[in-house]
Design a protein around this ligand. Structure first.
Ligand code: C2O
Ligand code: CU
Length: 500
């Protein structure tokens, strides 16, 4: 070997060693300790070797340092509840209406679990019982801006409930609308497998719904590859008379977006994610796309003849027909353009001024090769950082917060902030021009940017993650934390909390 060749070989060997060392470091750095506090995220505290550095508070009320524990941010502890439910969860074989059997989860023996119905202002008390879910369970009230201790996130707001255990949730429902509940322990498996249900909050008023609009709940979920409405594939008929007004509440409990078309009558989008739209106008020849985790309430009047077809997804054999018994159902129309809510309805005042934001955040989603939990792959990043080094968004109570969510990754991400509704300010730089568009679940397609704003009015430590729950399990998550609030709960640990 000539000297120059030898030098090349030596340099090459050194580079190779450095590369191996670098990769080894990245691998070691990605390892999540057995137990950690989310309070350490974004500061290195959640890394291996730095476990348990976050301060822990116990007991009631602020300590000397003025720190409040999320465990103390509960709903009303006294008072007779207006609505009570006991929800008992099991992991078991589930048989769908078409006879298909898969290993999933049930609540009170069924999936979806029982629908909880309340009137705005009610105190709701739910007792969750784990009869047979070995990995533990929680319940998260998706879209209900509950006090933090009731939020049901394992390792952040509570410990997962072990087999034989129970947990009581108590909260007031302050906003009428369509919501859902689901486990937030190993949620990418438990939600897909059926550990969820519907929560409807209605306006106070006449209890007799026969004089009001027909209220139809349409929870759409894919079980074992099969799209269903309330757990059943195929056609579903609901009787309604010509001239009758119908409110159809569509819930998308899957990981991907859900297209819904309405044929046979023009329709209105009257509410999104439990918030009414202002001045909705009639739509015809367009579909809506409901983000994962999102809810759209559509309203229409049953036509003089024929029945209205609600078509979720692309399998024309599964749909809902609403009209007089025996009426002909409108044909499916799958390829309609989508309604854009950015300019839908009438503008209205907001409860805060986003132009006078106290704080601005970026939530930039990207992808790069690396290691998450020691596994190599092309993983999600938030602001260039990979789980568990994801950012912590710190706010003070009362802050008006603006956030720019930019998606530079190659996939769609339905972003979900817990504990708050956010209003859409702009999409790809185009300002919102229609009704205030409040969401808790917002699809951010690849290459696109949304600007959103919210009022920090619900102290706690809140997840802000992708509701494609597989993406969340791969690390596409962050937290919004109020200064002065901390959590005594730990991810991992003896209770094996695994929120995603
Ligand atoms: Cu419906 Cu954190 O989720
Ligand atoms: Cu995602």
């Amino acid at each position: 070997m000539t000297p120059s060749r030898r030098r090349t070989a030596v340099v090459g060997g050194l580079l190779g060693a450095l590369l191996v060392a670098g990769v080894g470091w990245a691998w070691a750095d990605s390892l999540v300790p057995h137990t950690y506090s989310v309070m350490g995220m974004g500061s290195g505290g959640a890394h291996a070797g730095h476990a348990d550095t976050a301060q822990r508070t116990a007991g009631a009320g602020p300590d000397e340092a003025g720190v409040v524990s999320v465990a103390d941010l509960t709903g009303p502890r006294s008072g007779t509840p207006d609505v009570t439910a006991t929800l008992t969860a099991r992991r078991q074989a589930v048989t769908l209406a078409d006879g298909r059997v898969f290993e999933g989860y049930t609540i009170n023996g069924r999936t979806p679990g029982p629908t909880i119905e309340a009137i705005r202002g009610d105190l709701v008390e739910v007792t969750l019982v784990n009869a047979a879910v070995p990995e533990g369970i929680t319940l998260h009230w998706h879209g209900v801006d509950v006090p933090n201790a009731e939020d049901g996130v394992a390792g952040v707001t509570q410990d997962a409930v072990p087999v034989g255990g129970r947990h009581v949730y108590r909260f007031e429902v302050e906003d009428a609308g369509t919501y859902w509940y689901h486990s937030h322990q190993v949620s990418h498996e438990q939600v897909r497998g059926g550990l969820f249900g519907v929560l409807i909050v209605r306006e106070p008023g006449p209890a007799d719904w026969s004089t009001g609009p027909q209220d139809v709940v349409v929870p759409v979920h894919t079980y074992d590859g099969r799209l269903t409405v309330e757990g059943a594939a195929g056609r579903r008929d609901l009787e309604a008379q010509p001239g009758e007004a119908v409110r159809a509440r569509i819930l998308n409990t899957d990981n991907g977006p859900l297209r819904v078309s309405v044929t046979g009558a023009p329709f209105l989008v009257v509410a999104v994610d439990g918030r009414d739209l202002v001045g909705p106008t009639l739509i015809e020849g367009r579909s809506v796309q409901v983000p994962a985790g999102g809810r759209y309430d559509l309203s229409f009047v049953v036509p003089p003849s024929g029945s209205v077809r609600l078509q979720p997804g692309l399998d024309s054999s599964t749909f809902v027909s609403i009209g007089p018994a025996g009426a002909a159902v409108a044909p499916a129309e799958m390829d309609l353009p989508l309604v854009d809510l950015l300019g839908y309805g009438e503008p209205d005042a907001l409860p805060f001024d986003p132009e006078r934001a106290d704080i601005r955040f970026d939530y930039v989603i990207d992808q790069r090769p690396g290691f998450v939990r020691g596994r190599p792959g092309l993983w999600w990043t938030v602001n260039g950082r990979m789980f568990p080094d994801v950012p912590m968004f710190a706010v003070d109570e009362g802050d008006v917060v603006r956030m720019t969510v930019a998606n530079n990754s190659g996939a769609l991400h339905p972003m979900h902030l817990h504990g708050h509704h956010v209003v859409v300010l702009s999409h790809n730089g185009i300002p919102a021009a229609g009704s205030p568009w409040w969401v808790d679940s917002l699809d951010v397609p690849p290459g696109e940017t949304y600007e959103i704003a919210f009022l920090a009015d619900n102290p706690g430590v809140w997840m802000d993650h992708c509701h494609n729950l597989d993406h969340a399990a791969q690390g596409l998550l962050a937290h919004l934390a109020y200064r002065g609030v901390t959590t005594p709960f730990l991810v991992g640990g003896p209770t094996a909390n695994h929120p995603e």
